[in-house]
Design a protein around this ligand. Structure first.
Ligand SMILES: O=C([O-])CC(=O)C(=O)O
Ligand SMILES: [Mg+2]
Length: 222
């Protein structure tokens, strides 16, 4: 059986602008959830912020992905859940078609193929690896724009997918602007800290690590 649901409206450009100026790893200083595990970027540097356009495939059959690649919209990130399979469903033609429709990136729970072609195209992709073993068009089943699970994270259609050279994070739309402001505030403190460190200031004093460390020191060993 196949399922096709409507994707939520495009992301507000203010969300894309705000998150494009900060790093995923700054978010990683604040929380542990929302980071799909086991995925790597096809290249570095790379970056994107977009709306999740989700696809769920049953292992070998990428019928629903070929349909989704045609239907993805400008500003979307194609998010593909291969139900635990490690083969590649995402090669040069799927990448080309998605990019031609305006996708800003892709997140694939399995592998990718036609890597040189995707690199040349320039579409930023996170995946679990590269594989010459690929999916087929079998017409078995699949779903477009349903909740999916990638790397242990549930991703809903329309969630904000935020990727850069450090990793990929999934954020709710309703929290995106506030989070971006918090991350920008944290990052804005670093240039001044670096100046202080250059003239002898301590990272551990600024971060609070030194106070914890000294408070927890045992008695000196004789
Ligand atoms: O067609 C596929 O499923 C994968 C592929 O090689 C391509 O997208 O070019
Ligand atoms: Mg191919």
């Amino acid at each position: 059986m196949f399922v096709r649901r409507q994707a939520p409206p495009a992301l507000d450009t203010s969300i894309v602008d705000a998150l494009s100026k900060v790093q995923t790893s700054t978010l990683g200083h604040l929380r542990d959830h929302g980071f799909p595990r086991g995925l790597s970027p096809i290249r570095r540097p790379l970056g994107f912020v977009g709306s999740a356009f989700t696809v769920r495939l049953p292992h070998l059959d990428s019928t629903a992905l070929h349909v989704a690649a045609d239907e993805v919209r400008p500003g979307d990130v194609l998010v593909i859940d291969q139900s635990g399979d490690s083969r590649s469903c995402f090669g040069g033609m799927v990448a080309f078609t998605s990019a031609a429709r305006g996708a800003v990136g892709a997140v694939v729970s399995g592998s990718i193929n036609d890597v040189d072609e995707i690199l040349e195209l320039g579409l930023p992709v996170f995946s679990a690896g590269v594989s010459a073993r690929t999916t087929r068009i079998l017409g078995v089943e699949g779903a477009i724009n349903v909740p999916v699970t990638v790397g242990g994270v549930v991703i809903n259609p329309g969630d904000v997918v935020f990727g850069d050279s450090d990793g990929v994070a999934v954020i709710g739309r309703e929290e995106a602007l506030e989070l971006a402001a918090v991350l920008a505030g944290k990052e804005a403190l670093e240039p001044e800290l670096k100046e202080k460190i250059t003239v002898g200031g301590k990272l551990s004093e600024w971060s609070g690590a030194l106070a914890h460390f000294e408070a927890g020191l045992g008695a000196p060993v004789e």
